[in-house]
Design a protein around this ligand. Structure first.
Ligand code: UD1
Length: 361
């Protein structure tokens, strides 16, 4: 048996790390392919180093481009690799362009595809990730899910129950594994903030940052919150560009900007925050497990369990709500929250057990 897995962008790396570890521990031949969608040291290699992910066997080096350019390049460059390596199973994780492009390429060559983090739906087709999720799940042969909403979505879309495995969350495997190491990070000292004395902001969704009006509304609201508490903002390259382009520099008093942080520093930072304001998918899940209040600056979430069980609230692109809910949480409002079922650090073990005993038999 030989398995291949694909990673491309930052949120993929935390999801694949525990799977790589399980394959190695069980002596299962595993080829790791990096598409090169993310290529900056801080968006890619740093995560490999910190999380102990083996050096990719192949790097397709696709780099930046439009969605179509990236998709086409990945497909073109991956096809010969698949023909040469002939894996018995292709594993894709999450919802980025690399996930979708790899699924289509493998599927067309008759290679079975297993999707980890399958079935999540925001029901918002303006998000590139939603298109990626829909296409990947439409052709995947096997579906590993993180929460019950995903099981329901797949059922409604007609996926046979025996193809769906509710296994938990490999991103949380990584969090559980590295929590102790992250606690030794000195990032708080470096940034000059004290535990529970700051908020954290991340923003990078095209719909939030590429639109002048939306980014202005969001930055104005954040600026208001930053009057009460310093906001640490590890800034995505796209967002940095837009803040300059839209001349929003006057709204950044009270912000502490950093380059994108590594995994351990970011985990330390979020775990000690009074509050996190974000448009990320993964951070909604991480804050739920950490018990830190999360305000999601989006109209919808594909991860509803973080709202129904976790510490998350959706506020939309609504300046007034961002400020109100933010201040409420700064002033002691209890965001409650419980860890969702099976988010226990053992999802990758379950996945590899199923691959060995049910899929690649
Ligand atoms: C991608 C994912 C998104 C994920 C995010 C995490 C898709 C459709 N989106 O979005 O789901 O939450 O990664 O960061 O796959 N850039 C750099 N250095 C890099 C990579 C990108 O400077 O290493 C810049 C480039 O200008 C590039 C832009 O960031 O054009 C956007 O990168 P891209 O990979 O297209 O999408 P993300 O916005 O990062």
């Amino acid at each position: 048996m030989k398995v291949m897995s694909i990673v491309g962008a930052r949120p993929n790396f935390m999801k694949i790390a525990p799977l790589c570890e399980q394959f190695a521990a069980r002596g299962i031949p595993h080829v790791l392919v990096h598409t090169g969608q993310h290529y900056d040291h801080r968006m890619s290699k740093l995560f490999f180093e910190e999380l102990g992910i083996p050096r990719p066997d192949r790097n397709l080096g696709v780099g930046s481009g439009t969605q179509a350019e990236q998709t086409a390049e990945i497909m073109k460059r991956l096809e010969p690799v698949l023909i040469e390596e002939k894996p018995d199973l292709m594993i894709v994780v999450g919802d980025v362009t690399s996930t979708m492009a790899a699924s289509i390429t493998a599927s067309k060559l008759g290679i079975p595809v297993a999707h980890v983090e399958s079935g999540l739906r925001s029901f918002d087709r303006t998000m590139p990730e939603e298109i990626n999720r829909l296409l990947t799940d439409a052709i995947a042969d096997w579906h590993f899910t993180t929460e019950d909403s995903a099981n329901e979505n797949l059922k409604r879309e007609g996926v046979a129950a025996e193809k769906v495995f509710f296994v938990g969350n490999t991103m949380i495997d990584t969090l559980v594994k590295h929590a102790d190491r992250a606690a030794t990070s000195t990032i708080l000292e470096t940034l000059g903030v004290a535990p529970k004395g700051y908020g954290v902001v991340t923003l990078h969704r095209p719909s939030n940052v590429d639109d002048r009006q939306n980014l202005t509304v969001i930055m104005t609201a954040l600026h208001e919150i930053a009057r009460e508490v310093p906001l640490v903002f590890p800034i995505h390259p796209r967002t940095r560009k837009r803040i300059d382009e839209f001349s929003l520099g006057h709204l950044v008093n009270g912000f502490i900007f950093t380059d994108p942080l590594g995994y351990l520093d970011f985990l330390r930072l979020t775990s000690q925050a009074r509050l996190v304001l974000t448009d990320s998918g993964g951070i909604q899940e991480e804050t739920t497990v950490l018990g830190v209040p999360c305000i999601t600056i989006r109209e919808n979430t594909e991860r509803p369990v973080t709202v129904t069980r976790g510490t998350n609230i959706l506020v939309g692109i609504d300046g007034k709500r961002i400020v109100e809910e933010g201040k409420k949480r700064l002033n002691g409002f209890d965001a409650g929250g419980a860890v969702p079922p099976l988010w226990d650090g053992h999802a990758a073990e379950r996945i590899v057990e199923i691959i060995v005993n049910r899929i690649c038999v």
